[in-house]
Design a binder for this molecule. Structure first.
Ligand code: SF4
Length: 420
């Protein structure tokens, strides 16, 4: 790595669990259904995180494990079979059913892989049943997507075709834009995982070059590599610089000429740098503390330091996959304090000690910190927002400038009230 100080910390954690990723995955693949096998707590989490869809049938639900199940008094397998049968009778349009494990299902050691195997036998031709874990015992919220994509990989047909595979959920509009740009770069075929329909999976093979759009897909990247795909090393497509290098890396792997890359990207870069200027003025010199939650922290820190002039006090990340993160780490200076893992009490002590201008953190920590007069940005918002690519750099910076602006306004108002 670059030489940044890497510290490891363990202790109490304050993060969302992997179930949260259903919020964006169910929007991405409307023909799939996510059935959480969990408790009422899990049902509350997913409902409040996703909002109740009042205009359409929801594409997620919870098979509630009752106390009887948890105590091992009832056969959870029979109950689950019954719930799945009812669901598919009501919703025959479902093509892929994800059984999503939770803390309770893990505690009672409910083997969802075996359940999925059994259901696949009985539902052959009607629906594909897959499983992954969203349990908060082991995962943070973005790892839910890693588990879901990993579960899809065995269904991908082998292929020798030369293609670029974008891996990680993007907003559809952002993905369309990137597809257009890669087409302009003469890249013969571009596909994406997850696809927009769960049944339209891309192929994979030795001529597939994987370009990760999100940094939290460690297991997915490993499984695609096992299927013969090549992983393109690049920083992640956040900000002008990261997105440009990301696209250049893809172009290089397809031997696209430098001149075509430059003529395609230069106008975008110039426009994006211009759009970034007002936010840079607002952010430059401000101090930033990133608490670990989404695994987006390192690319965000790199963008906010190098393109917006912010000062990094600490960059926390729940996990650090050095291989996938190497290109990011290379762009960070030597003296960055990088912390892998979490001891929430110690981290909050450091936040209070430094009193940063802005803290990136989970929703549960934001309100208490705001009450102490510290501006915050929810890390989960960065996963829901269309922030990828050169064109989106100003929007990304604006997400950080907004809380600072609000803080300034509040301070002004407080001063005015004090004078009255
Ligand atoms: S999976 Fe675990 S952490 Fe997530 S809502 Fe259910 S009980 Fe809570």
């Amino acid at each position: 790595m670059s030489g940044s100080t890497l510290l490891k910390e363990t202790g109490p954690r304050e993060v969302f669990c992997g179930l949260t990723s259903i919020v964006w995955l169910h929007r991405r693949m409307p023909d799939a259904f996510f059935l959480v096998v969990g408790s009422r707590t899990c049902a509350h989490l997913i409902q409040s995180a996703a909002g109740v869809m009042i205009f359409a049938e929801p594409r997620f639900g919870t098979a509630i494990l009752e106390e009887r199940d948890l105590a091992g008094l009832a056969d959870a397998h029979d109950e689950l079979d019954r719930v799945v049968k009812d669901l598919l009778q009501r919703r025959p349009e479902i093509r892929t059913l994800f059984l999503v494990g939770s803390c309770p299902s893990e505690v009672i050691k409910l083997d969802l892989a075996r359940v999925a195997e059994r259901l696949n036998e009985s539902l052959k031709g009607q629906v594909t049943v897959l499983n992954y874990s969203g349990s908060g015992i082991e995962t943070t919220f973005t790892q839910g997507e890693d588990g879901a994509l990993k579960a899809l990989i065995p269904l991908m047909e082998p292929s020798q075709e030369e293609q670029l595979l974008l891996v990680g959920t993007l907003a559809n509009a952002v993905e369309d834009r990137l597809f257009t740009l890669f087409k302009r770069l003469d890249i013969p075929k571009v596909a994406s995982l997850p696809p927009r329909q769960s049944t339209e999976l891309p192929t994979v093979g030795p001529n597939t070059r994987v370009l990760l759009t999100q940094p939290y897909l460690t297991e997915t990247a490993r499984c695609l590599k096992d299927r013969g795909a090549q992983i393109i090393q690049a920083p992640f497509p956040l900000g002008v610089e990261g997105s440009k290098i990301w696209m250049e890396a893809a172009a290089k792997s397809f031997k696209v000429s430098n001149s075509l890359v430059q003529t395609t990207l230069e106008p975008l870069v110039n426009r994006a740098n211009e759009a970034l200027k007002p936010y840079k003025n607002q952010l430059s010199g401000k101090t930033l503390f990133l608490l670990p939650e989404s695994q987006l922290e390192i690319p965000l820190a790199r963008f906010l330091l190098r393109e917006c002039g912010m000062k990094l006090l600490e960059v926390g990340t729940p996990y650090l996959n050095k291989e996938l993160m190497q290109s990011e780490l290379d762009l960070l200076p030597e003296n960055i304090r990088l912390v892998e893992g979490q001891h929430i009490e110690k981290q909050l002590d450091r936040v209070r000690h430094h009193s940063p201008d802005l803290v990136v953190c989970g929703m549960g920590l934001a309100n208490p910190l705001e009450a102490e007069g510290i501006s915050t940005k929810w890390s989960i918002e960065l996963v829901f927002s269309p922030i990828h690519g050169i064109d989106q750099a100003a929007d990304l910076a604006e997400l950080f400038a907004r809380p600072l602006h609000r803080h300034e306004l509040l301070q002004k108002n407080n001063k005015l009230f004090a004078q009255v």
